[in-house]
Design a protein around this ligand. Structure first.
Ligand code: PAF
Length: 293
């Protein structure tokens, strides 16, 4: 695996791949890799060669009171993991290389980025969208791989790729969970043992409403109330939001129909955690719903 630190070098590799008709796969990450990231790498390896993984802790997506300095950085361990998975290139630019002095251009996706994470973390999606557009422009992937745990981020990226006529195909891969259901996240390392136990409440809450849906419940308002009750019962978790939204508009729905997402965010100790469940298949005819946690 070759490590690339400069934008120019990364562009050259991308040009070479496209010139020889090879399909470049890109897995954008901020490092501190876990099984969730590795599942994206494996998906990329099945379809693409070469595979590029970017590791860049993007300062523009952290607010002034957020955990940029504390964000876990484990470059050597990450590099070793990527080697074992047969990744071809690691793109790891410095902050100055990625955002040279005088950088002034930002990408903002209207509407979709206002609620939920956008409300809790003002400026976050502007930073994400800016970094992702730059990564897609630099690496020119045939396909880029993202996780569904950050469902709002994935929806925003899908929108910007369409709006800006970018060529990359997007693959949104399933959430990877710990054996007790906790969604994998680089921030899980910050949880104390007691918080780690409490953190499963996000999964338990979603799983409880999954069972309600399987029993035939279609009233989203009742499902959200049940989800909230479960989350509120966990003293170590401070719930930020629990909602069922239309998967396209991210607007709350009153009844399950079309494709929806149940979204939860909670602070457990000082750590903010996200989770979601995909609900799809009902065409308003009372048919069976398929849920994916
Ligand atoms: O999901 C992430 O790790 C980041 O938000 C991303 C997509 C790499 C952009 O910095």
């Amino acid at each position: 695996m070759e490590t690339i630190h400069t934008v120019e070098w990364m562009k050259q590799v991308a040009r070479q791949a496209s010139g020889t008709g090879r399909l470049l796969g890109l897995v954008p990450t901020m490092g501190a890799l876990h099984e969730g990231h590795l599942s994206l790498v494996r998906a990329a390896r099945l379809e693409c060669s070469p595979v590029v993984v970017s590791i860049f802790v993007n300062p523009k997506q952290f607010g002034p009171s957020e955990d940029l300095q504390k964000y876990p950085r484990r470059m050597e361990a990450d590099r070793a993991l990527l080697e074992t998975l047969g990744v071809d290139y690691l793109f790891a630019p410095t902050d100055e290389e990625f955002y040279p002095r005088g950088h002034r251009t930002y990408v903002e996706v209207e509407e979709l980025g206002r609620g939920f994470e956008g409300r809790a973390r003002p400026g976050h999606f502007r930073g994400v969208a800016t970094a992702v557009v730059k990564l897609l422009e630099i690496a020119q992937p045939h396909c880029a791989y993202f996780g569904r745990k950050d469902a709002q981020q994935a929806r925003i990226i899908r929108q910007l790729v369409a709006d800006l006529n970018l060529d990359a195909r997007l693959e949104i891969c399933p959430i990877v969970r710990e054996p007790d259901g906790l969604a994998m996240s680089s921030r899980n390392v910050f949880l104390s043992p007691a918080e780690r136990c409490a953190a499963t409440v996000l999964y338990r809450g979603l799983d409880a409403i999954r069972q309600e849906i399987a029993r035939g419940e279609r009233d989203a308002t009742r499902l959200v109330a049940a989800l909230r009750r479960l989350l509120d019962a966990e003293p170590l978790a401070a719930v930020d939001y629990a909602e069922i939204v239309d998967a396209e508009s991210f607007e709350p729905v009153a009844r399950l129909s079309g494709t929806c997402l149940a979204l939860v965010a909670a602070r457990v100790g000082a750590t903010r955690l996200l989770d979601n469940m995909l609900i799809e298949g009902d065409r308003g005819d009372g048919g069976t719903l398929h849920t994916q946690l």
